[in-house]
Each structure stands twice: as structure tokens, then as C-alpha cells.
Write a protein that binds this ligand. Structure first.
Ligand code: SF4
Length: 87
């Protein structure tokens, strides 16, 4: 397993707690290639994991921070440690 990335370039996994999500859509605006609203109006990841480098990790971190109900978490695809919100 890969150790924690210090460069933010590892593939990442964004998770949505759909019991918390209220469908505001803010995350889909912040990271439209990675998060979208599903048919039920709640957010869902577009793909199992995202490999967009530091820029995408930054966009997803912003999405996590902007979620009004703290429904999003961002993890490294390697090792699974949480990137955002900070532990
Ligand atoms: S920002 Fe949060 S509440 Fe809004 S759609 Fe995304 S996960 Fe749901």
C-alpha cells in the first residue's frame, strides 16, 4: 500500500453520506467531473475514484468544505486515509 501522498496527486475517492445529503448541488458545481446529482436529487460520485492530480484533489477538497451538511469525505485511493475534512 502506498503511504500518504504529500503531493496530492494520488487518485482519490470521494464518498457521499446520502443520509446527510440535502441535494443542494454545491459539490456538483465545485467538482462537476466527479460529483453529480442522481435521479433521486442526491449527490453521487461520477466514478469509483478520480485521478485528476493535485488540481482535482483541490477541487474536491473545496467541495467537501462547502457542503452545508458535512456529507462529503475525501480519501486517498491508496490506503484509504482521509484527506478532507482533516482528521
Ligand atoms: S454539497 Fe453536500 S448536501 Fe449539497 S449535494 Fe453535495 S453532498 Fe449533498
Amino acid at each position: 500500500m502506498t503511504a500518504r501522498s504529500e503531493t496530492g496527486t494520488d487518485p482519490v475517492v470521494v464518498r457521499v453520506d446520502r443520509d446527510r445529503c440535502i441535494g443542494s448541488g454545491m459539490c456538483a458545481l465545485s467538482a462537476p467531473g466527479s460529483l453529480a446529482l442522481g435521479a433521486d436529487g442526491l449527490a453521487e460520485p461520477v466514478a469509483e475514484y478520480a485521478a485528476g492530480g493535485a488540481e482535482l484533489t483541490e477541487a474536491l477538497t473545496e467541495a467537501v468544505d462547502f457542503c452545508p451538511v458535512e456529507a462529503l469525505t475525501l480519501h486517498s485511493a491508496f490506503g484509504g486515509h482521509r484527506i478532507a475534512p482533516a482528521e
